[in-house]
Design a protein around this ligand. Structure first.
Ligand SMILES: Nc1ncnc2c1ncn2[C@@H]1O[C@H](COP(=O)(O)OP(=O)(O)OP(=O)(O)O)[C@@H](O)[C@H]1O
Length: 281
């Protein structure tokens, strides 16, 4: 059974913009999902439905099979289960110190001070931000802010983490580190859903991809299923991962018959197999 599902979600902003028009998505427990799509497709709008920040005009969000309700008590429960990390960390971090920021969510859950302290410590350790407890968040770098924002959500012990473009604005090493952190959290049991434009990182970490066109999901599947659908990739302003593009060019222009791959590791194996087939070592 899906852990979280959007069913026929329609959402119109007050100015009349139809941002979602019967959008459907279904995520299994333990998945690490990447949502791809062009600017303005509706990815952030869809994410804001996952923990009830936005209420659909029609359609439902099902959490563990049950439609979420929008009264304050039900929303509190939903937000314990589903944590959202916003695209812009400055929208998330507002307390005078890192420690107070990470403590905000658990304190809101009404947890005892001792338990809050414990969770803050654990969360900062998990994201590699121990020692920054007393720093003001606005003095941190972009990558550090992202880690603190993730810690603030982790401290609520969510089952699902939804991250809107978690690598946007980070340098390549910082982006890889954040993806590795999310991968680790996923392996520890948290279902992770991210939106991203980083098609080179997606095949390394995601086990399921959804592609969003304007207002709805237009394709879903494994890395291979999605990236082999070139028409959809182009229509969503995406591109192949660089390494896959190289294979495509080698096969097309040089007449090499190399098996397609989407990560460096995969392609290395495919090259080795090709060499074994054609060379006497
Ligand atoms: N507060 C708002 N009021 C009116 N329209 C909005 C608002 N926020 C977003 N929109 C519109 O809704 C549509 C979907 O926007 P959304 O931010 O969800 O897209 P996105 O896929 O997350 O884009 P990006 O990749 O650029 O972050 C766009 O047409 C956008 O202009």
């Amino acid at each position: 059974m899906a852990i979280i599902e959007a069913k026929d979600i329609v959402y119109k902003y007050p100015d009349g913009t139809l941002a979602l028009d019967r959008a459907n998505i279904s995520v299994e427990k333990g998945d690490m999902v990447a949502l791809l799509g062009p600017n303005g497709a509706g990815k952030s709008t869809l994410f804001l439905h996952f923990n009830g920040i936005l209420k659909p005009k029609s359609g439902k969000i099902l959490l563990k099979g049950a439609p979420i309700k929008y009264d304050a008590k039900s929303l509190m429960e939903v937000r314990k289960t589903v944590g959202i990390v916003f695209q812009n960390s400055d929208d998330q971090l507002f307390a005078p110190t890192v420690k107070q920021d990470v403590a905000f969510g658990p304190l809101n859950l009404g947890l005892k001070e001792e338990e809050v302290e414990k969770r803050v410590k654990e969360a900062l350790k998990e994201v590699g931000m121990e020692g920054f407890e007393n720093k003001p968040p606005h003095h941190l770098s972009g990558g550090q802010k992202k880690r603190v924002a993730i810690a603030g959500i982790l401290a609520m012990h969510p089952e699902i983490m939804v991250l809107d473009e978690p690598t946007a604005g980070l340098d390549p090493m910082g982006a890889s580190k954040i993806m590795k952190l999310l991968y680790k959290l996923n392996k520890e049991g948290i279902t992770i859903i991210i939106s991203t434009h980083d098609v080179d990182l997606v095949p390394i970490y995601a086990n399921k991809i959804f592609v969003m066109g304007k207002t709805k999901i237009v394709k879903s599947g494994t890395v291979e299923e999605v990236f082999s659908d070139i028409k959809t990739i182009r229509s969503a302003n995406l591109r192949l991962p660089r390494v896959a593009h190289l294979i495509e060019v080698l096969n097309r222009k040089e007449g090499i018959d190399l098996k397609m791959g989407y990560t460096i590791g995969e392609v290395r194996h495919n090259f080795e197999d090709l060499f074994k087939e054609h060379c006497d070592f």
